[in-house]
Write a protein that binds this ligand. Structure first.
Ligand code: AMP
Length: 273
């Protein structure tokens, strides 16, 4: 596995590449969720690239940028063992200049839910993903459904800007008890870890109710909030795949999403119905 640190070096290396390229962008502190994307990429492509970059522009003032877990040595081993060919590990100064052109999230999809709670977050995400996709020029890029709104906006960006990459969405990987894997789970103490289960339980509860033909969104939200009590819930929402709020669940076109805080740790999870 080759470790590359600058966009210039990576583009030089890939200049005459004719093989199919699979790409998995991450912020590191890799877990089995990331690994599922990497493994899928390796199955489907001849050359596989993973990036690790904790992108400062997607963190808001007061968020966890400074304490975001950094585990480069472990991440390097995980990528090597998985069979990754190139690990791209750029520095902030090689990714950004002063006073840059940015990608701006769309008004509707970009400013609900995560976009409303974290204004500017998606501008940061879309801008860095655009940069990474342009540097790597992958055939396919792999993203988790765990970050559903991010995935939706990236797919829209690729469509709106006529980019050639194919975006491949993959299912959320969970702990045995249902907690969605996240690099932020390590912040949780024992009690919070147990409480965090209420997030996936509330999603399970909603699915059960939907299977029993309860499709009314306010009713489902009410039932989910009961399960989530006493967590500090930021939102419980049910939207279409295009992130338009729904009054009734539409099987095949609904996503149920939750964001909640345990102490200072903010977790998100969702289920696609
Ligand atoms: P991050 O390092 O948090 O930026 O995540 C990098 C990629 O891994 C994104 O596409 C995430 O959606 C995806 N990802 C994060 N957690 C999971 C998970 N539990 N299951 C599947 N994919 C995930």
């Amino acid at each position: 596995m080759t470790i590359i640190q600058t966009p210039k070096e990576l583009q030089e290396l890939l200049k005459n590449e004719t093989r199919s390229i699979g790409f998995v962008p991450t912020m590191g502190a890799l877990h089995h969720g990331h690994l599922s994307l990497i493994e899928k990429s390796i199955k489907e492509n001849e050359l596989n690239i993973v990036s690790i970059f904790v992108n400062p522009t997607q963190f808001l003032e007061g968020e966890d940028l400074d304490k975001y877990p950094s585990k480069f040595d472990a991440d390097e081993k995980i990528c090597k063992l998985a069979g990754v060919d190139i690990l791209f590990y750029p520095k902030k100064e090689d990714m950004y200049e002063e006073d840059e052109i940015k990608v701006i999230a769309p008004n509707i999809r970009g400013f609900v839910l995560e976009g409303a709670m974290r204004p500017g977050h998606f501008d940061g995400v879309l801008t860095i993903v655009m940069k990474l996709l342009n540097i790597v020029s992958p055939t396919k890029a792999y993203f988790g459904k765990k970050d559903a709104q991010q995935l939706s906006l990236i797919s829209q960006m690729v469509k709106n800007f006529h980019m050639k990459v194919q975006i491949i969405p993959l299912e959320t990987v969970r702990e045995d008890d249902g907690l969605a894997l996240s690099s932020r789970n390590i912040y949780l103490d024992k009690v919070q870890r147990k409480e965090a289960l209420k997030i996936s339980s509330s999603l399970k509860k909603a699915t059960q109710l939907v299977m029993q033909k309860t499709l009314d969104v306010s009713l489902l939200q009410e039932e989910m909030l009961k399960v989530l009590k006493p967590l500090d819930v930021e939102y419980v929402a049910i939207v279409s795949r295009a992130f338009i709020p729904q009054e009734k669940v539409v099987i095949g076109d609904s996503i149920i999403l939750v964001a909640a805080k345990l102490g200072t740790t903010r977790l998100i999870d969702n289920l696609w119905i």
